[in-house]
Design a protein around this ligand. Structure first.
Ligand SMILES: *Cc1c(COP(=O)(O)O)cnc(C)c1O
Length: 410
């Protein structure tokens, strides 16, 4: 079945200047559609996929998988890195490795993607949602301690928009109470905190290479294991609960079922795609930062006039330009800004519906303290298109549409 989204995508993919008629038939002006996250490719993806096919090894844990894992390990550090088919899968693995059992509690922000919480709920655990900072939109580390109970086993900080959470404070609390820290680093690839790579800061970290992230393989992810005590079990959970990895290394003479697990490996075809992107990770990040800075400079004036708040990046954090967002003053303004962008062919968006207010969040989770900031931000945020595949002209077009709407009112 074709949805309208498929049709819009097909149209958009035919040519970058495909005509799109405005709702108002009297205007009759053709505008180019700027997608929210335009796919950037390095031109090497196809070559590497062909190499993988020619090698005859297209299952998981092949040559490209190992190459990617080695690269990630060299770049991020950590005891072990395992590619997964998504960040969702990496989070599920991390929660298994943290030994989350029915009734255990895990502290996390409500302002995050569903996978952060789902991973915990799948093990019978309870997500405990706390509020975020109004400037970075990262979980408020000062509210963690009061949310800790005898059942608390872990904390999952989410590095929102590639700006690291206040990890020193979080890690100190975790050490004090014996908790596991799992970084949801889905958005944090190539970002740094106090000059340490995001992903090296918790006991484990989960990355995403989903099509909407900075470095992509369509669907994809990685689990970084920093705690040496967890590496052997991580390989087992990754390989359907078997000791197949040890068998492949010749450490045991047959492999067998030894623990719970699932199939968390991506095909080496996807690892081949990912390898092409990793080779250009630095260039891609630099290009995104350039466009991010262009947005940020253009909206300084609106911030001075109190029309918006721009993203806030603490001095300790080196971000990766994952998201460019603006916080407008209210929901009504946001609706107008998004409508004007849509009229101009720009696919801007918002998120998240706070997890504590969603049906599953209410059923499976609980909150600690007020979530006022989370609720307010969810109404005020506008996310603008950002991709290394966008041009400066496209960014300027988007800037013009935002300024046009927000300069209207005094
Ligand atoms: C994208 C995202 C995920 C899920 O990533 P997948 O690779 O699509 O599973 C999880 N958490 C956060 C914060 C994300 O942004």
């Amino acid at each position: 079945m074709k949805t309208t989204e498929d049709t819009a995508y097909a149209k958009n993919n035919q040519s970058s200047t495909s005509p799109y008629t405005l709702d108002n038939p009297t205007i009759e002006k053709a505008v180019e559609i700027i997608p929210f996250s335009k796919l950037y490719t390095t031109n090497c993806e196809i070559d590497y996929i062909i190499q993988a096919i020619s090698s005859g090894q297209v299952a998981g844990d092949g040559a490209f998988t190992r190459e990617c894992q080695k690269w990630l390990q060299n770049t991020i550090g950590g005891q072990k890195v395992l590619l997964t088919h998504s960040c969702t899968a990496a989070l599920e693995m991390a929660v298994i490795l943290a030994n989350i059992q029915p009734g255990d509690e895990v502290i996390m922000p409500s302002y995050t993607f569903v996978s952060t919480a789902n991973a915990v709920v799948l093990r019978g655990g309870t997500p405990v949602f706390i509020d975020i900072h109004p400037d970075t939109l990262n979980l408020d580390e000062m509210q963690i301690e009061a949310a800790i109970t005898l059942k608390t086993k872990a904390i999952i900080p989410v590095h929102y928009a590639g700006v690291a959470c206040e990890m020193d404070t979080i890690k100190a609390l975790a050490d004090q109470y014996g908790l596991t820290v799992i970084e949801d680093a889905a958005q944090g690839f190539c970002a740094r905190y106090k000059n340490r790579p995001v992903g090296s800061l918790g006991h484990m970290a989960a990355f995403s290479f989903h099509a909407t992230k900075n470095i992509v393989s369509g669907e994809g992810g990685a689990l970084v294991i920093n705690n040496p005590a967890l590496t052997e079990r991580a390989e087992i959970v990754w390989e359907k609960g078997t000791n197949r990895s040890r068998f492949l290394r010749g450490e045991v003479d047959k492999y067998t079922w030894t623990d719970i697990g699932s199939s968390y490996l991506p095909s080496d075809l996807l690892a081949a795609f990912l390898w092409a992107q990793l080779e250009q990770a630095n260039e891609i990040t630099q290009q995104r930062l350039k466009l991010w800075n262009r947005y940020n400079k253009a909206f300084a004036e609106l911030e001075l006039r109190r029309k918006v708040d721009r993203p806030s990046v603490p001095a300790d954090c080196q971000h990766n330009a994952h998201i460019y967002y603006l916080l407008v003053n209210d929901l009504e303004t946001r609706t107008r800004v998004l409508a004007n962008l849509k009229r101009g062919g720009v696919q801007a968006t918002f998120h998240y519906i706070p997890l504590h207010s969603s049906p599953a969040g209410q059923k499976y989770g609980r909150t600690h303290g007020s979530l006022n900031v989370t609720e307010a931000i969810s109404d005020r945020i506008v996310r603008l298109p950002l991709s290394a595949a966008l041009t400066v002209e496209q960014i300027d077009h988007i800037i013009t549409l935002v300024l046009q709407e927000l300069r209207k009112t005094t």
